[in-house]
Design a protein around this ligand. Structure first.
Ligand SMILES: N=CN[C@@H](CCC(=O)O)C(=O)O
Ligand SMILES: [Zn+2]
Length: 399
């Protein structure tokens, strides 16, 4: 066993249940795990001592929603949107055409580049989805490639009905042969339950088949208008419902109800459906920001994620999401960081492994080139990303 002490930290934001902040702190690592956190003055001896240079530390981001397996460019669509055109699900087809025409080698290289970009920004745990393949061979190929690069893979065959195909026929394919082929590579399945994508009956069919196949569930819900997505997610016990821009009182009540057996003070009990807010996407599509403040106040556990994809949110910057959540969604800095770390872990079911800095957890730690984590929102748009540790190893930057 090797011990490493990271010391001279101005503050450590742990993202534990009490949002504990330790000033003038140090963190002891034993191999890949956190063994001790406390005041630097009381730090135990270690084999190696690393001087953090009076930076603040926080957990690595857990980005629980992205679509990184893609090729091609949709900047023209973005330009048109900024000129007043509405976002429509149909844009997905443009990426599908470009991605289908890209080799395994190039697609892997593109995905690895995006994952490296996220890591450099402090993301130490990453989920990504399929959903630009939209036929059996391509969805299986994208799932296989994703499984070699990211931590969790979500099957999103139910992203868009491909041109020329009947919606019911395609839904049957997603729930049958496609699901079977992607199954070895994925842990979750998702459905884009929205006008222009999959309706309630089709979404139900997808969720039921994925559940039957033993997958965790997620739903893209209530992104472009009111709809059944959120309530379906709760009904099926989905790990998360993502977007949640257009919620009514019944949706919020259903989400809150799913957390009734969860004790937020001890973070124990039965987890409900995490509401994942995607503020970078909301800005890029000019949708109303998800009601993160109201959801937290109602007792719902929320996550913040990048939704990095070429259509609606071409950024993997979790720091940008955190700053937006504080400045525009009225979250406190502690709530926003916790949603982007522990909340993401909860949405992926890995909260015992990552998402907070606590003894026994994996040492996924990002340092900020700033003395306090508040700088993430206080200095929006500035690149404050410093050295990053993943599983106890320094993987970004030098110290
Ligand atoms: N809403 C559905 N899917 C993606 C966008 C996909 C695209 O436009 O390429 C999203 O999460 O925003
Ligand atoms: Zn998405």
């Amino acid at each position: 066993m090797t011990t490493t002490l990271i010391t001279n930290l101005t503050e450590v934001f742990t993202a534990d249940a009490a949002h504990t902040v330790i000033k003038d702190a140090a963190i002891l690592l034993e191999d890949e795990k956190i063994a001790w956190i406390g005041s630097a003055a009381q730090a135990p001896a270690a084999d190696t001592v690393i001087d953090a240079g009076y930076r603040a530390a926080l957990p690595g981001w857990v980005d629980s929603h992205s679509h990184l397996v893609f090729a091609g460019d949709r900047s023209a669509e973005f330009v048109a949107r900024m000129a007043g055109q509405d976002y429509a699900a149909g844009g997905i087809a443009v990426t599908t055409a470009a991605t289908r025409a890209t080799s395994d080698y190039d697609l892997t290289r593109l995905l690895m580049g995006r994952a490296a970009e996220a890591l450099a920004g402090g993301t130490t745990y990453l989920e990504t989805k399929t959903g630009y393949g939209l036929d059996v061979e391509e969805e299986a190929r994208h799932a296989r490639i994703a499984s070699t690069v990211v931590d969790k893979v979500t099957f999103l065959g139910a992203h868009l009905v491909p041109a020329g195909m009947d919606a019911q026929e395609y839904t049957d394919l997603v729930c049958g042969e496609m699901l079977e082929r992607v199954r070895p590579y994925v842990q979750f399945a998702d459905v884009f339950c929205e006008r222009g994508a999959f309706n309630e009956a089709q979404s139900r069919q997808v969720l039921a088949a994925a559940h039957q196949a033993g997958l965790g569930l997620r739903v893209h819900g209530n992104q472009l208008g009111p709809g059944p997505g959120t309530q379906l997610a709760v009904e099926f016990g989905a790990a998360s419902v993502d977007h949640v821009n257009y919620l009514d009182d019944a949706d919020v009540t259903a989400l809150a109800g799913s957390w009734e057996s969860w004790d937020p003070a001890t973070r124990t009990g039965a987890a409900g459906t995490v509401a994942t807010c995607l503020p970078a996407c909301d800005l890029s599509t000019r949708q109303p920001l998800a009601p993160g403040r109201e959801l937290i106040d109602a007792g719902v556990q929320i996550a913040l994620a990048s939704n990095c994809n070429p259509g609606t949110s071409y950024t993997s910057s979790m720091a940008f999401c955190v700053a937006t959540a504080v400045l525009q969604m009225r979250l406190t800095i502690e709530e926003a960081i916790t949603a982007a770390t522990y909340g993401g872990a909860l949405a992926l079911g890995v909260q015992d492994l990552v998402g907070s800095l606590e003894v026994g957890k994996r040492a996924d730690i990002q340092l900020l080139n700033a003395p306090a984590v508040a700088h993430l929102a206080y200095r929006p748009g500035m690149n404050l990303s410093g050295p990053v540790f993943r599983a106890g190893a320094l993987v970004v930057g030098k110290l």
